[in-house]
Every structure is written in structure tokens, then in C-alpha cells.
Design a protein around this ligand. Structure first.
Ligand code: NAD
Ligand code: DAU
Length: 346
């Protein structure tokens, strides 16, 4: 039995990971740390709160004293760091908190790992650290040796964290791994991100804001496949290594939006083209050869099935996202897309 600290477990991927791990490895104990920012939602963890092998602690990964105290108490075997500010648009509005949480938080977690026995550390990173690829070169993919070349304050903060993780490996010998995954989709995805936003707006017959011409390409992976990859890396990966995670499922944003409209039986007249994101990355595409060859990982959920499952989840769990939309998040949404932003519509 291992004790695993999972940070950011009240968020989208961390929450899915908690559910995945408790199901796949019921013998392990999970201690989830989350600051419960606007993106953290305890209802995501409601069904595991009474599990004797699960503990939730409301804590900021930048709170050094609190983190060290928790390590002293829990004596973890493994730390998996999901906690982050994760939304590119927000990072463009206000970079500071991204640097604080994503870089300083990572340093704090790794310092605690060093202090309490050189604990195994996994950093959940992103394909965005590689920047973007041109739309007219479908032969190009991100490999683990593609140079770091970031575009947004978000991706720069994630890249800064990755560099720090590798520095802790080389300088202090901390046993680390990094996974760099492509865009995830699935249950518990916060409705500020493309897929859940489009599902929620479709269901509410609200405009579907597509940036620019909708031609930017993302490489979508069902969230459970990402969780499985992280689990494999933590168990069988080589320390000091980076693993790219992605399922060769590239799609233009506009095609995703049209697919969701079709699945929900709505009309394409809901599509509203809005001003493009500043510095908008054109195309992401992961080459997952390394994780496949070394760890035998392959994605299990095809996009056609995954998107149907996801839409069904949002239909079956309306209260989860309606509560978010009715609260604080609505203020952000109005600022980004509301009447005050009228002049920004194309
Ligand atoms: P999310 O925004 O849904 O969740 C982030 C969670 O971290 C929230 O619960 C939030 O409360 C918590 N958090 C934020 N700041 C914190 C702090 N200072 N201390 C403790 N907790 C804090 O994000 P997500 O989409 O689940 O992403 C999780 C991780 O995966 C991030 O590191 C992100 O960079 C990475 N990632 C995301 C994707 C994707 O498509 N969503 C793809 C690749 C990598
Ligand atoms: O690639 C991994 C990354 O994927 C993660 O590291 C990030 O944490 C995660 O948020 C995600 O970043 P993206 O910027 O790709 O995701 P987002 O859902 O914000 O946008 C996906 C695409 O859709 C992007 O090209 C911008 C576009 N978009 C997004 C929104 C929110 C729209 O056209 N309209 C929108 O309203």
C-alpha cells in the first residue's frame, strides 16, 4: 500500500485521476490537496469523501509551512502534481497567479519531497510547452526532444515548472518524471474550456463563441486515458524522463463545435465568431511513440465514443455545471463574451 499525494484533485483531470486511482488501486491511500480556487469543486469528489482510503485537505501548494506539516503527518510515497492555474485566456488577462501557483507551487512541492525522504515526484505538464505547429505541415509532431518554445503566460509558467523539475533531478537527484499531454475532454471539465462550454451553451441555446475562424487544431484525448498514462509513468516510468501523452486525434475547433451541435440536435446559427485569442497557438499534435514503446500505453477511448459519453455526462449531471455557471464564473464569462465585450465580436 502506498500513500499518494494528489494536488489539484478537485479540478478536472486531478478529480478524474482520484476516481480512476481509487477504482484501479483500492489498496492505496490518496491524500488530495486543493486550494479550491474558482476551478476547484468539492462536488467532483463527493462520491469518494467517505472512502477510508481518501483524505481531502484544503491547502495551497504555495503554502510551504502547511505543505511541510502535511508531509510530516502523511509520510507520502508519491506526489502527483496536477494543481495549476490552467486556462490560457485567464493567463492573458492576469499572468501573476500563473507564475505563483505553477512555478512557485511546483518548487514548494518538490522541496517538501526532498525534505521528507527524496519522495517520488510526478509533474503533470502540457504539450503547450512546445509552442505550436503550422497548420499546413501535418507531417510534424511534438516529440520529447522538441524544443520548449512557449506562446502564452500559461504555457510559459508550465515550461518554467518543467525546467525546475528537471533541475531538481539533476541537482538534487529527486526522482522525478514529467508527462506532457494534449487537450483532455470528459466528465468534470470546467465550462470555461472549449468542449464543456460549447455543450453548456448549446443546451442553454446561447451563442457558441468560436475564436478567429475556428481553424486552430487541438489533439483531443479522453481524460481517463490520460489518467492511465500517468499511473503507468508513476509505476513503471524511468526517473528523469519526460513522456508525451496523446492519441493522434487532431481536430479543428469548428469541427468540434459542429459535432456538438449535431449531437445535441441544435442549429449551426448558434455559432458566433469572436475576436481571436492573442498569440493563439495554431496546431498541437503529440507523437506518443515513447510512452507506447516503453510503457505499452495506448489510448482506449475513440473520440466518437468519448464525445458521446461526455455529452451524456453533461446531460445527466446538469446540477454540477449549472451551479458553476450560476455563480462567480458568470462574472468572468460576462467579461469575456458578454455585452461589455460587444465591440470585440467579428
Ligand atoms: P483545472 O483548472 O480544472 O484544475 C486545477 C485544480 O487545481 C483546481 O481544483 C484548483 O482549485 C487547484 N489549484 C489551483 N491552484 C492551486 C494551488 N495554488 N494550490 C492547490 N490547488 C490549486 O485544471 P485541469 O484541466 O484539471 O489541469 C490539471 C493539470 O493538467 C494542470 O497542471 C494542467 O496544466 C495540466 N494539463 C491540462 C490539460 C487539459 O486539457 N485540461 C492537458 C494537459 C495538461
Ligand atoms: O493542450 C493542453 C492544454 O489544453 C492544457 O495545457 C490547458 O490547461 C487546457 O486549458 C487546454 O488549452 P487550450 O487553450 O487548447 O484549451 P481551450 O479549451 O481553452 O481552447 C481550445 C481551443 O478552442 C483553442 O484553440 C481556443 C478555442 N476556443 C476556446 C474557447 C474557450 C474557442 O474558439 N472559443 C472559446 O470560447
Amino acid at each position: 500500500m502506498s500513500t499518494i499525494i494528489v494536488t489539484g484533485g478537485a479540478g478536472f483531470i486531478g478529480g478524474n485521476f482520484v476516481h480512476y486511482h481509487l477504482k484501479e488501486h483500492p489498496e492505496d491511500r490518496i491524500v488530495c490537496i486543493d486550494k479550491l480556487t474558482y476551478a476547484g469543486n468539492l462536488s467532483t469528489l463527493a462520491s469518494v469523501m467517505n472512502n477510508p482510503n481518501f483524505r481531502f485537505v484544503k491547502l495551497d501548494i504555495c503554502d510551504r509551512e502547511g505543505i511541510f506539516k502535511l508531509f510530516e503527518e502523511e509520510k507520502p510515497d508519491v506526489v502527483i502534481n496536477f494543481a495549476a492555474e490552467s486556462h490560457v485566456d485567464r493567463s492573458i488577462e492576469d499572468p501573476g497567479i500563473f507564475l505563483q501557483t505553477n512555478i512557485m507551487g511546483t518548487a514548494t512541492m518538490m522541496d517538501a519531497c526532498r525534505e521528507y525522504g527524496n519522495i517520488r515526484y510526478h509533474q503533470v505538464s502540457t504539450d503547450e510547452v512546445y509552442g505550436d505547429l503550422p497548420l499546413d505541415r501535418p507531417d510534424l509532431f511534438f516529440t520529447e526532444t522538441t524544443p520548449i518554445h512557449t506562446s502564452s503566460p500559461y504555457s510559459s509558467s508550465k515550461a518554467g515548472a518543467d525546467l525546475l523539475v528537471m533541475a531538481y533531478f539533476r541537482t538534487y537527484g529527486l526522482p522525478v518524471t514529467i508527462s506532457r499531454c494534449s487537450n483532455n475532454y470528459g466528465p468534470y471539465h470546467f465550462p470555461e474550456k472549449l468542449i464543456p462550454l460549447m455543450i453548456a451553451n448549446c443546451l442553454n441555446d446561447k451563442p457558441l463563441p468560436v475564436y478567429g475562424e475556428g481553424k486552430n487544431v487541438r489533439d483531443w484525448l479522453y481524460v481517463e486515458d490520460h489518467c492511465k498514462a500517468i499511473d503507468l509513468i508513476v509505476r513503471n516510468g524511468s526517473v528523469g524522463e519526460v513522456y508525451n501523452v496523446g492519441g493522434h486525434n487532431e481536430m479543428a475547433n469548428i469541427d468540434i463545435v459542429k459535432l456538438i451541435i449535431k449531437e445535441l440536435g441544435k442549429d449551426e446559427s448558434l455559432i458566433t465568431y469572436v475576436t481571436d485569442r492573442k498569440g493563439h497557438d495554431l496546431r498541437y499534435a503529440i507523437d506518443p511513440t515513447k510512452i507506447h514503446n516503453e510503457l505499452g500505453w495506448l489510448p482506449e477511448t475513440k473520440f466518437a465514443d468519448g464525445i458521446k459519453k461526455t455529452i451524456k455526462w453533461y446531460l445527466d449531471n446538469r446540477s454540477w455545471w449549472e451551479e458553476i455557471i450560476s455563480g462567480e464564473y458568470q462574472k468572468y464569462y460576462d467579461k469575456m463574451y458578454g455585452d461589455s465585450n460587444n465591440g470585440d465580436y467579428l
